[in-house]
Design a protein around this ligand. Sequence first.
Ligand code: FA5
Length: 341
Amino acid sequence: MEQDFSIMEQAALAALRAIGDEAGLRAWQAAWLGKRSALALALAGLGQLPAAERPLAGQRANALRVQLEQAHAAHAAALRESGLAASLQAGALDVTLPGRPAARGRLHIATQTLRQICAIWAQMGFQIYRSRDVETEAYNFELLNIPPHHPARDMWDTFHTTTSGSLLRTHTSPGQIHAMREYAPEPIRVVLPGMCYRYEQITPRSEIQFNQVEGLAVGKGIRFTDLKGTLTDFARRMFGAQTRTRFRASYFPFTEPSAEMDVECFLCTGSGCVVCKQAGWLEILGCGMVHPKVLQNGGYDPAQYTGFAFGMGPERIAMLKYGIKDIRYFWGNDLRFLQQF
Ligand code: FA5
């Protein structure tokens, strides 16, 4: 009997020493300590032994079970240790290396310019007024003194929604009517930033969607000189204290008289270069005195109130400021462009 146990012990321990992984350990446990193992069978057969041999054989069998269990636990622990050491070795980590910097987001150049423009107007006492992108024909055209079939509509072709009479605004000017109708007969000083849409050919200077910042001041005794002074002050805050401006006569159905404002080219300071196409001046906005019909549509009596309005394009201003040659970069989602600002 003792010989059987010794053979079992040696065979089990030799098999255990050869094992190198978890699966092998599980198989060994089933084979040597499981219900059908030789040891379990020996334990179960103790009852058949002569009574004199039984105690000794029982002790030996139990001692062997404990010995095998301990050997199994020790071998499992050793395997875990060496596995950990091997994986640490394989994926050696140099904790002194500097970390990879996380990519940081930033505001889009159009948003930065829009915010800079709005901040300047806020310093000058103008409130931000938000108005909607989807407008009705009445607000985008008729209430701004652009009747159906007026040739000026050709300048502002747009995208129409499936609801008849509703469209994507072609400019921020419809917001003038919303602001006036909300505040009349109080005086107003507001700027209206937001996205505009036009159904037109995309060129290096024209996109089908772009931002505008509209401005509107309504009150008693507001004159064209106020418009000129205020817009020139804006240009100096935006482009530098020495910036000169000039006003050229223009036409908008919703202002009378109308003008376009140019700033002196900040690259060549007026002597002529590629950015200003040798003109020495760069156009940045359209403006004028609010047309009496528009004042009336907004709820003001044009006999008592006057006002000025203007509309500028932040992308075009950013193009001038940073020498960006093509407006299509703005919405091209190319990080090489966006990361420069
Ligand atoms: C207007 O949209 C008038 N509503 C501006 C105005 C407001 C005049 C109030 C008088 C009183 P205009 O179409 O010129 O005007 O556009 C104004 C500015 O928007 C332009 O100077 C330009 O900076 C920008 N802009 C116009 N079309 C585009 C375009 N397709 N892509 C990018 N920017 C544009």
